[in-house]
Write a new protein. Structure first.
Length: 80
């Protein structure tokens, strides 16, 4: 799972803004088994580990940024 595809800078900026404002976010994403999931929570941290970017929610859930489908209805692929 090392073949990370970086997300767009503008979508990353949106994630940072949501995290900074401590807003509740509805996050749709693919889990490790490629099942589509949805979770609601606050973004605690955005970080890079071994050249892969992650989002950590307050409840401890880690999501790879390239597995995100949408956040608060804003689709990840619609930004460049």
């Amino acid at each position: 799972m090392n073949d990370y595809t970086p997300i767009s800078c503008s979508f990353y900026d949106i994630l940072e803004s949501i995290a900074t404002k401590r807003e509740l976010a509805i996050i749709e994403y693919f889990d490790e088994t490629k099942q589509q999931m949805s979770v609601t929570g606050k973004i605690q941290n955005l970080f890079t580990q071994e050249k892969v970017e992650y989002m950590q929610l307050e409840q401890g859930l880690l999501i790879r940024l390239d597995n995100i489908i949408a956040v608060n209805g804003m689709r990840a692929g619609n930004y460049c």
